[in-house]
Design a protein around this ligand. Structure first.
Ligand code: FAD
Length: 304
């Protein structure tokens, strides 16, 4: 086997996620550009590869994860249009969404302020089709630039992407860049755009446990018949608010959030999710599916 490329860390420290639990990666790499990324994929051909965004929707098992984990945190450039250019923002997959939203609002570019309060990289937001009551990232995506696991570059137009509720169908790709089609707001209307951002942030602060460690909603909102039901409401009605396993508990503010304290383990969260799912099934006859992405080693059980 050839020696490891200099930018790969072997048996990394625990990977940082918003839950603050879980183990490390066998191999962790932070490529600086597409060439390094493609070299890595070539050198590690055959290894299982997973892409790390901001870790805001990730639950990693306590024993960590096999193979190569690639963080795109160094591939984070954002290009905002000049005033006389079309209102298209182009950014790399590792660009931070909150900063990008702020940059857009400051320049009078509307469209992504609807995603305020969602921690993510742009790539992670597109893969998950992040969104909520005010909109979803799919509403603004113009084109996606990506690399296949075998290192091939591809570009997809919006119409070629099968966006749906919290899904994009792009999970097998590595999203390296995204073009967002926004709207330029007249200078006189820019204060209203800034107000809109503040209103959405205030709504989030009032309805979600923003100051606590979580991964946002742990379960998807289930579709029953033709109706999409709120998982949080079902969990609340099943009497799960405050339910705890070890250092993980169901938030009192929003029942679809599992919150953790510093000594929590991934196993606490996994067991708690299983209990919540059982209770909701018994109470409502509805089976909840995880929204949070779970990484584990081969042979280590994920959430039931
Ligand atoms: C406090 C809080 C509030 C939240 N509120 C919301 C909300 O309102 N709405 C909502 O939708 N979500 C919400 N979330 C969840 C989370 O913010 C989103 O799912 C977000 O899109 C995750 O992005 P990420 O970069 O952190 O991805 P990660 O969590 O790092 O990864 C998630 C998945 O995306 C894949 N991925 C990441 N980057 C790439 C890439 N470049 N190419 C290919 N695959 C990639 C990963 O492999 C993984 O499968 C919240 C989370 C927290 C902690």
């Amino acid at each position: 086997m050839s020696p490891l490329a200099p930018n790969i860390i072997e048996r990394s420290a625990p990977i940082e996620t918003w839950f603050g639990v879980g183990g490390g990666a066998d191999l962790l790499a932070r490529p600086h550009n597409e060439t390094e990324l493609r070299d890595l994929l070539r050198e590690q051909a055959g290894a299982s590869v997973q892409i790390l965004g901001d870790g805001a929707n990730l639950l990693i098992h306590d024993s960590g994860v096999d193979g190569l984990t690639i963080s795109l945190e160094e591939m984070n450039a954002v290009h905002f249009p000049e005033d006389d250019e079309a209102p298209i923002v182009t950014a790399q997959g590792g660009a931070g969404l909150p900063k990008l939203i702020l940059g857009c609002v400051q320049r009078g570019l509307a469209g992504v302020e609807t995603l305020a309060g969602i921690p993510a990289t742009l790539g992670g937001a597109v893969v998950m089709n992040a969104g909520g009551a005010f909109g979803q990232i799919a509403d603004t995506v113009r084109r996606v630039h990506a690399i296949t696991r075998s290192g091939q570059k591809i570009t997809l137009a919006r119409r070629e992407i099968d966006f749906n509720y919290r899904r994009s169908g792009l999970n097998d790709l590595i999203i390296t860049g995204v073009e967002l089609q926004l709207e330029r707001v007249e200078p006189g209307d820019q204060p209203e755009l800034r107000e809109s951002l503040k209103r959405i942030m205030a709504y989030k602060k009032n309805s979600q446990p923003m100051g606590e460690r979580s991964a946002g909603c742990v379960f998807k909102n289930p579709t029953v018949g033709a109706e999409r039901l709120g998982a949080g409401k079902l969990i609340d009605e099943a009497g799960c608010k405050g339910l705890a396993v070890g250092r993980a508990s169901v938030s009192h503010v929003h029942a679809n959030f599992v919150v953790t304290t510093p000594d929590a383990t991934a196993q606490d969260i996994i067991e708690l999710m299983a209990r919540v799912r059982d209770r909701v099934e018994a109470h409502h006859g509805v089976t909840l599916e995880p929204e949070v992405v779970i990484w584990s080693r081969a042979g280590v059980g994920a959430a039931r």
